[in-house]
Structure formats: structure tokens, C-alpha cells
Design a protein around this ligand. Structure first.
Ligand code: ATP
Ligand code: MG
Length: 566
């Protein structure tokens, strides 16, 4: 019994970690574990990348290995320094450290070129004059073999000469390519003489105008891994069909040969997870930039109030496997709440204020009450909050004619004001249209701190702020960016953008927050009691406080699990 329990307690390794553990056991890589995270700097990182980052850096950390940060910067047209900078910042923010191992594929261009020349010399690569369209047509289909290019059997000398001229800029873009000479009838289309180099007279963010031929991903990636002596080259499932090519290039060159391992990419409900699509949202101004708090980018999540720990924990929770699936966005929020519940200081804030006047409380004097900063953290201590005759409560917490299950404030009813007193509503003041503009209450001084000495109970506790002490704030509330679980499911002729949620942002401009928040710093995180988790938006400046709602307190994930069980 005891043993059985023990076995269950041991965390099972995912299949990638199992391979790494087995390789260490068999000494396949002489005791080394070397991984890399290889982003292309053509956009900002998203939560899917976080999965890959946590896997690669996580494995290195757990098995005493190393993980490189490597920019796969082989396409100068789409790549920018801004993206490089953001990626560096994001990986760091997530808590990972590549030490001195920051690499760029572009630094390997010379070595890649020389290796390509080696393949040409071996008769394993040739210069092709077919156009892109022709190459596509010659490739065949899954059911039909391809056709050899008429240039396929060029003599080696001619290929060497033409390839050098390609490199020297003697030909225009698109006029020639270098292709591997494999097999145009291969059942795997990736093996039908794949393109290795294309001509592109474009300036590269790092190598400038030094090169006008650029390597294709399949050719470049294995070489980058080989140069860096990677042991386990971990990539997403789409590359499974490319693995024979990865292996072919390295085998033909006879160089150091890492093992490529594929895992399922992360997909999540109510969002899109492709840099190309996210870029469209930014360019077409459907969001306010890459770091818009509704974006699934790391910078968006950070601005929204996510902590690195929450994201790392999410990546751990979803695990790693070989089957594509879509993760419920509620699981990410669940992991967020798990962390924020432990770490966020509690404060009081009123989003839609309604004035409450305590008619038997003296005019003028105010008092300070003790409030607990975080009941989940005994070291968090307490703070003083000011109390006075005029307060704000949440408009939603008062109803003139309460329905059956409404236990909050109503005429004649007594409730507790958090950390303060019991109050009883005596009157509601209205404007000419009948809207309640102010409510009047009396308080019971004997209930200071929130309990009645006579033991009488109240059915609800409300949050509040003192009107004269409160700080003004803007609060931005967010909903899913898309209305559909799978935004790519669009009606005929429309794309994912037609599923954008027009109500994904609600801005509240006259919120009142307790005075301790007046000097909150950008990205500080809080729990607003009864309302949710909020963080300070970087737009906050010179006394103008702006908060983002990170998440509500409601745990939809728990509900989903309950439903699944039932
Ligand atoms: P996108 O399709 O969003 O543009 P990408 O794969 O083109 O992504 P890269 O910069 O090439 O972006 O990705 C860097 C690494 O992150 C790669 O190893 C890639 O496999 C991994 N990655 C990208 N998207 C995901 C995802 N959704 N889940 C897990 N890993 C991912
Ligand atoms: Mg890519």
C-alpha cells in the first residue's frame, strides 16, 4: 500500500524528458544535455512560445544542461530589431537565463554557405532555373510523383560556378535557387529536391548587405543545431515530416547530428496563436499594439497582470505530448488565480461608485481602521485605511426593491462594511428621473472592526472607500478577444477577424480606490476585494491611475471540471 502510494506520487516524466533521461542513462551524448529556443524575430512571442521556452529551458535546468537562446534570423524581409529586443525581454521576464549563449543564425551564414558548396561538390545539390511556380508544379502531389527539373543534371562545375555567382549578386531575385538533389518521386514531399537557398537582395538587420542569398528553414535549422552541439532539438509536430530532411542534410555533410523531437503545439480557445495573425490584428488596429492586454502575447499577458510564475505553472500543468489539442483559456486563468491568490495584496476599490452617507457619524473627524493585506500570507501584515462619514460603495451592492436572493444593502437592511462597522440603510436619495444618487445609513459604533458584541449576524459584507480620501482611477475590463472558441471558424469568405469580440474592452473612468494605491507602480498586482485581480497599467502617469482587470475572482475552470466529472 505504502509503496503503491509512493509510486503514484512520483511525477511521471513526459515523453521528451523520458528521452532525455534515457539518453543520459545510456550516455548517448557523453552526459550532455543541450537544448535551444529558436524564435524567428518576425513578431512578438505568445503563450505558445512560452510552452516551448519552458520545455527547452526547463529540461536544461532539470537535467543539469544548457539552453541557448538562438534567433533563427534567416528571412530578412520579415525580421526586425524591435522583435529581437522584445523576445530577449520576454524570455528573461519569464525567468530563464541563457547566460552567455545568445546566438544568431545569421552569424553562421558563411559556414552554411561552405557546407552547401560541399554538397554541390558531392553532386548532392544543384542550381535550378525553374521559377517558383514551375518548381511547385514539378513537385507532384501526395498521390503523384514529381518530375525532374531540366536543370537537375547540370555538371558539378557549372553548379559551383552558378552558386558562387548567386552569392555574388549576379542574378536577380527569384531567377535561380539551390536545391538538394534527393528524389523527385520520394513519398515524402519534403524530400523532393527541397530548396536550400533563394536569392533575395534585401538588407538583413544584422548582416546588412553582405548576403543576397538566404538559406531556407529546413536547410538552416539542422546546421544551427549542429554548430551549437545541441543534443535534443525540440520542435512542434508540423516538423515531423521534415525530420527525414533534417537527418539527410546532416548525414550527407557527415557533421555533428542532434536528435529532432516533435511535440504538440499549444492551441487555446478564444484566441489565435500565430504571429502572422497577431501581426494583422496589430497592423489593422483591431488591438492597441502587441502588448494590448487582450493579446495572447507574453507582453500582452504581462501588461494584463500575469505573473511569470503563473505562466510557468500553466506550461507545467498542460504538459507535453504528441497529440494536437486545444486548451481551454479558463485553465490559464486558473493557474493565474492560483498564483495571484497567494501573492497579491488585498485592497478596496469601487468600480461603479454610489455615495453612502452615515448620518449618525460625526462631520469632520475621520478614523483609521486596520485591514489585513493578505489572508493567504501571514507575513503580509496589515495597513490602515481611513473611514469617514461619506463613503462610496458599489452601485450594484444596493437595490431599492431587492429580489429574493439579494442579501446586500436595501432599505431597512443591515450589512457589514469590511473592516469597519455594521450599517443600516435608512433612505435612498433620488434625482428627478428616479435614479438613486445617494443612500443614507446609520452605523452602530459597537460593531467597530466588523463584529457585533451582541452576536447578531448580517448576511453580507461590502467593500467601500472613504469619499474624501479615495484616489480616482480608470479601470479597463477585458473579455475574450474573439467571440468564438475557435476564431478560425468563420463564415464563407471571411477570416478569423470577423469573429473579433466588439465588447472585449470596457473602460470605467470614475472609479474610486483606497488611498494606499496612490503610489502604486506600473505592473503592480492587487486583488480588489470581491472584484478580482487588477494590475497597474503602464499608462498610469502623474496622478492618473489606470488599472487593468487581470481576472475576475470567479473560477470557471473549477466549474468546467465539475461539469466534466458529472
Ligand atoms: P508562429 O506560427 O506563431 O509564427 P512559429 O513556429 O513560426 O510560430 P518561431 O519563432 O519559429 O514561431 O517559434 C520558435 C519556437 O517556438 C519553435 O521551436 C516553435 O516550434 C515554438 N512554437 C511556436 N508556436 C508554438 C505553439 N503554439 N506551441 C508550442 N510551441 C510553439
Ligand atoms: Mg517559424
Amino acid at each position: 500500500m505504502n509503496n503503491e502510494k509512493k509510486e503514484n506520487e512520483i511525477e511521471r516524466l513526459d515523453f521528451v524528458r523520458q528521452i532525455v533521461a534515457d539518453d543520459l542513462e545510456s550516455d548517448k551524448w557523453e552526459g550532455r544535455v543541450a537544448t535551444r529556443f529558436p524564435p524567428e524575430p518576425n513578431g512578438y512571442l505568445h503563450i505558445g512560445h512560452a510552452k516551448s521556452i519552458c520545455l527547452n529551458f526547463g529540461i536544461a535546468a532539470e537535467f543539469g544542461g544548457t539552453c541557448n537562446l538562438r534567433f533563427d534570423d534567416t528571412n530578412p524581409i520579415k525580421e526586425e530589431q524591435e522583435y529581437i529586443d522584445s523576445i530577449i525581454a520576454d524570455v528573461k521576464w519569464l525567468g530563464w537565463d541563457w547566460q552567455d549563449r545568445l546566438y544568431y543564425a545569421s552569424d553562421y551564414f558563411q559556414q552554411m554557405y561552405e557546407w552547401a558548396v560541399d554538397l554541390v561538390k558531392k553532386g548532392k545539390a544543384y542550381v535550378d532555373d525553374l521559377t517558383g511556380d514551375e518548381i511547385r508544379r514539378y513537385r507532384g502531389t501526395l498521390t503523384k510523383p514529381g518530375k525532374n527539373s531540366p536543370y537537375r543534371d547540370r555538371p558539378i562545375e557549372e553548379n559551383l560556378d552558378l552558386f558562387e555567382k548567386m552569392k555574388n549578386g549576379e542574378f536577380p531575385d527569384g531567377s535561380k535557387v539551390l536545391r538538394a538533389k534527393i528524389d523527385m518521386a520520394h513519398p515524402n514531399l519534403n524530400m523532393r529536391d527541397p530548396v536550400m537557398y533563394r536569392i533575395l537582395h534585401a538588407s538583413h538587420p544584422r548582416s546588412g548587405d553582405k548576403w543576397c542569398i538566404y538559406p531556407m528553414y529546413d536547410w538552416a535549422h539542422g546546421l544551427e543545431d549542429s554548430i551549437e552541439k545541441i543534443t535534443h532539438s525540440i520542435c512542434t509536430l508540423e516538423f515531423e515530416n521534415h525530420r527525414p530532411l533534417y537527418d539527410w542534410f546532416l548525414d550527407e555533410l557527415g557533421v555533428y547530428h542532434p536528435q529532432q523531437i516533435e511535440f504538440a503545439r499549444l492551441n487555446m480557445t478564444y484566441t489565435v496563436m500565430s504571429k502572422r495573425k497577431l501581426l494583422q490584428l496589430v497592423q489593422e488596429k483591431m488591438v492597441n499594439g502587441w502588448d494590448d492586454p487582450r493579446m495572447p502575447t507574453i507582453q500582452g499577458l504581462r501588461r494584463r497582470g500575469y505573473s511569470p510564475a503563473a505562466i510557468r505553472n500553466f506550461c507545467k500543468t498542460i504538459g507535453v505530448n504528441k497529440f494536437n489539442s486545444t486548451i481551454d483559456a479558463a485553465l490559464l486563468e486558473y493557474c493565474l488565480r492560483e498564483d495571484l491568490n497567494k501573492t497579491s495584496p488585498r485592497v478596496m476599490a469601487v468600480l461603479k461608485p454610489l455615495k453612502l452617507v452615515i448620518t449618525n457619524y460625526p462631520q469632520g473627524p475621520t478614523e483609521e481602521l486596520d485591514a489585513v493585506n493578505n489572508p493567504e500570507d501571514e507575513n503580509a501584515g496589515t495597513r490602515k485605511i481611513p473611514f469617514s462619514r461619506e463613503l462610496y460603495i458599489e452601485r450594484e451592492d444596493f437595490m431599492e426593491e431587492p429580489p429574493k436572493k439579494f442579501y446586500r444593502l436595501a432599505p431597512g437592511r443591515e450589512v457589514r462594511l469590511r473592516y469597519a462597522y455594521f450599517v443600516t440603510c435608512t433612505d435612498a436619495v433620488k434625482d428627478a428621473d428616479g435614479n438613486v444618487t445617494e443612500i443614507h445609513c446609520t452605523y452602530d459604533p459597537a460593531t467597530k472592526g466588523g463584529d457585533a458584541p451582541d452576536g447578531r449576524k448580517v448576511k453580507s459584507t461590502l467593500h467601500w472607500v472613504s469619499a474624501q480620501h479615495a484616489a480616482d482611477a480608470e479601470v479597463r475590463l477585458y473579455d475574450h478577444l474573439f467571440t468564438k472558441e475557435n476564431p478560425d471558424e468563420a463564415v464563407e469568405g471571411k477570416d478569423f477577424k470577423s469573429n473579433i469580440n466588439p465588447n472585449s474592452l470596457e473602460v470605467l473612468t470614475d472609479c474610486k480606490v483606497e488611498p494606499s494605491l496612490a503610489d502604486a507602480k506600473s505592473l503592480d498586482r492587487f486583488q480588489f476585494e470581491r472584484l478580482g485581480y487588477f494590475s497597474v497599467d503602464p499608462d498610469t502617469a502623474d496622478g492618473k491611475l489606470v488599472f487593468n482587470r487581470t481576472a475576475t475572482l470567479r473560477d470557471t475552470w473549477a466549474k468546467i471540471q465539475k461539469q466534466q466529472k458529472a
